[in-house]
Design a protein around this ligand. Structure first.
Ligand code: ADP
Ligand code: ZN
Length: 215
């Protein structure tokens, strides 16, 4: 299974990825998680990426493509992968196309998760993330609160509002998504690789992907 998950920030890509991974062997490759890991570790890439991330803008395509070229070549990705948060621009999609040709991998499909903007805003603004870079567990103060307020159930880390999850930054990220990433829907539709799902039910998306894999 070689999948791309497309969807606005907060559409539920991470949740769907985790559900699919319980049923299929694949590497979960989230560019956001890798970048945050680099920021926390203070790597050169992290230092370069941080200012774009804090503003809710996109990290330049060249940095992302270099990073993903390495990541997709790793052993665990050969048996399958779920790309979460990549590609995010047409040049990234074209770069990914080339990387996959080099690796001899054919995409299984591209899943687009469609969620109305107001629902997304509500979701993200009530989101809290574990500050432990190795954990990064996500909670929602309305729908999925931790057992103890402000503390991660899994590792005891402190839960925080990410720098890029304030209302102003979230509105900006949604616009960046509309301008840069939404065009990928047409891009993959034209290639006959797109499968669209409404975002209300993660279970329905997982069922849809399973049906697609059987074909
Ligand atoms: P979300 O999916 O909630 O928008 P992510 O965790 O995927 O957030 O990404 C957080 C930030 O990392 C983005 O706002 C952006 O700055 C940067 N980022 C992640 N993936 C990419 C990418 N493929 N291209 C450019 N920037 C990226
Ligand atoms: Zn944690």
């Amino acid at each position: 299974m070689y999948l791309i998950l497309l969807g606005a920030p907060g559409a539920g890509k991470g949740t769907v990825a985790k559900m699919l991974l319980k049923q299929h062997p694949a590497a979960h490759i989230s560019t956001g998680d890798i970048l945050r890991g680099n920021v926390a570790a203070g790597t050169k890439l992290g230092l370069q990426a941080k200012k774009f991330m804090d503003e809710g803008g996109l990290v330049p395509d060249s940095l992302i493509l270099d990073m993903m070229k390495g990541r997709l070549a790793e052993a665990d990705a050969q048996q399958g992968f779920i790309l979460d948060g990549f590609p995010r621009t047409i040049p990234q999609a074209e770069g990914l196309g080339k990387i996959l040709v080099e690796l001899g991998i054919e995409l299984t499909g591209v899943i687009s998760i469609d969620v109305p903007e107001q629902v997304i805003l509500d979701r993200i603004l009530s989101r809290r993330t574990c500050s432990n870079p190795k954990c990064q567990a996500i909670y929602n103060v309305k729908f999925m609160p931790p057992k103890v307020e402000g503390v991660c159930d899994k590792c005891g880390g402190k839960l925080i509002v990410r720098d890029d999850e304030t209302e102003e930054v979230v509105r900006h990220r949604l616009k960046v998504y509309e301008d840069n990433t939404a065009p990928l829907i047409q891009y993959y539709e034209a290639k006959g690789q797109l499968h669209r799902f409404p975002g209300e039910s993660s279970d329905a998306i997982v069922d849809g992907v399973n049906a697609m894999l059987k074909k």
